[in-house]
Design a protein around this ligand. Structure first.
Ligand SMILES: [Fe+2]
Ligand SMILES: [Fe+2]
Length: 223
């Protein structure tokens, strides 16, 4: 029985770790395991009692989205890193790194496999970031507005799903998603503040990117 337990799970068990999310901007995480069943802080989210297909889908697609966002900002920084908007983009990228780190942890805790499309999002994300940045800083910001609007809408629909399922059981996960949704909305507003709407063919560009985001979400939830 013991031999069948995955190494990552054994590691968690050995460390008698507990996963907790602190309130406010300060996030405090520690890990705890209880036999093979992981409890998600004080509410009852364990491997045994969650709606596994729903949680799998949510964590997989969110991990893919945050991974893609990191690649987009990497592409933007490659082109605009040394310009006046470099520090602004870097700050948003740093938050995306935090988001991705959290979903990496959740994937281990809830034994969710990543989407098979990660290698594709790696290239496509960077190309989108660099490509729009080549249109100028307004192009990069238009990309940010389009992507962040799609991601925050998507997070909102996940919040609705989890609220309908069981708001108490999924309390910590809801806290994480709401916090990240707020960060994405902030990025969206930063984009607008930095003249996203002055990008060449702004409406067309935004629509095209958002169609791509919808397709990416659809695929990453499923494969
Ligand atoms: Fe993010
Ligand atoms: Fe973001």
């Amino acid at each position: 029985m013991e031999a069948a337990v995955a190494p990552a799970v054994r590691g968690l068990r050995a460390g008698c770790q507990r996963l907790c999310y602190g309130a406010g901007s300060e996030r405090k995480w520690s890990l705890q395991s209880k036999q093979t069943s992981f409890r998600f802080c004080s509410t009852g989210m364990t491997l045994d009692n969650i709606n596994k297909p729903t949680i799998d889908r949510i964590i997989r697609v969110d991990h893919a989205g945050e991974y893609g966002a990191n690649r987009i900002y990497a592409g933007q920084m490659a082109v605009l890193g040394r310009t006046t908007v470099g520090p602004v983009i870097q700050q948003m990228w740093d938050q995306e790194k935090d988001h991705l780190k959290k979903f990496n942890e959740l994937m281990v805790t809830f034994r969710v496999r990543p989407t098979v499309l990660l290698p594709f999002w790696n290239v496509a994300g960077f190309a989108l970031g660099a490509g729009t940045a080549l249109l100028g800083k307004e192009g990069a910001m238009a990309c940010t507005v389009a992507v962040e609007e799609s991601i925050s809408d998507h997070y909102n629909s996940q919040i609705r799903t989890l609220m309908e399922e069981d708001p108490e059981k999924y309390k910590e996960l809801l806290q994480i998603i709401k916090k990240f949704r707020d960060d994405e909305l902030e990025h969206h507003d930063v984009g607008l503040d930095h003249n996203a709407e002055l990008a060449p063919a702004y409406s067309l560009l935004k629509t095209a990117i958002q169609i791509g985001c919808k397709a990416a979400i659809f695929l990453s939830e499923r494969i």
